[in-house]
Ligand binder design. Structure first.
Ligand code: ADP
Length: 221
């Protein structure tokens, strides 16, 4: 099944140390150690491969499967997932529902429905996207799960502008973890393309600034 172990995926601190995350020139390192840097990861790949306690599905309101990441999750999980989804009677935009992971390496799937982006309703779309992340995190914490992996909700077919979407993603997760200390040992942001990776990398240092213990590892010593 070639599952990928989430605890082998580098954290933000490790990405800073390797020089993968660019530190903006104006960013100074905070002297207080920020433990969130050890609990958040950014990774490019296929979310269906991860052995997380929960992976998040960017579903549609029917919860009966679709394209993109939704299709990939249903294909990998097998028909039992669709069977359980049928019992859930859909999901509102901005809300989330949980199922088992069936044939996935992940134990659970948290299905959330992101907003279909419309520029004329930018504020409402932002509120709904943040709500997706909040509801997924609440469900995971409510079941005492330790690890959760998110694809870029609404940032595919639903058209959310990646830069704005990434900012909402990062700040909502930071706020939730700050308000719920000690919950969730690892939150993995999964990007599918290197273009999306670059969008996230450009924003990390603003929302998760490096601390004193993020010095670059010396090369060649
Ligand atoms: P939405 O309808 O919410 O926009 P999509 O599935 O169209 O959802 O896209 C959401 C994001 O998930 C996009 O950035 C897309 O590239 C990405 N994606 C698609 N397949 C996968 C996968 N197997 N693993 C991780 N991310 C994926």
């Amino acid at each position: 099944m070639n599952a990928i172990k989430v605890n082998a995926i580098p954290t933000l601190r490790q990405l800073y140390k390797k020089g993968v995350i660019p530190v903006g020139s104006s960013t100074s390192r905070t002297s207080v150690q920020n433990t969130l840097l050890d609990r958040i990861s950014l990774w490019q790949g296929d979310v269906t491969k991860l052995d997380a306690d929960a992976i998040v599905n960017a579903a549609n309101g029917s919860l009966l499967g679709g394209g993109g990441v939704d299709g990939a999750i249903h294909r990998a999980a097998g028909p039992e997932l669709l069977k359980e989804c049928r019992t859930l009677r859909g999901c509102e935009t901005g809300d989330a529902k949980i199922t088992k992971g069936y044939r996935l390496p992940a134990k659970h799937v948290i299905h959330t429905v992101g907003p279909i982006y419309a520029k004329s309703q930018d504020d409402e779309c932002a509120r709904l996207l943040a709500s997706c992340y909040d509801k997924c995190l609440q469900l995971a914490v409510g079941l005492d799960l330790a690890t959760i992996a998110f694809p870029s909700i609404s940032m595919g077919v639903y058209g959310y502008p990646p830069k704005d979407g990434a900012k909402i993603t990062l700040s909502t997760i930071r706020n939730y973890l700050e308000l719920n200390p000690g919950k969730l040992s690892q939150v993995i942001l999964v990007v599918f393309s290197s273009k999306m990776m670059d969008v996230y990398l450009a924003q990390i240092s603003e929302i998760f600034p490096p601390d004193v213990d993020c010095e670059l590892d010396s090369v060649g010593l």
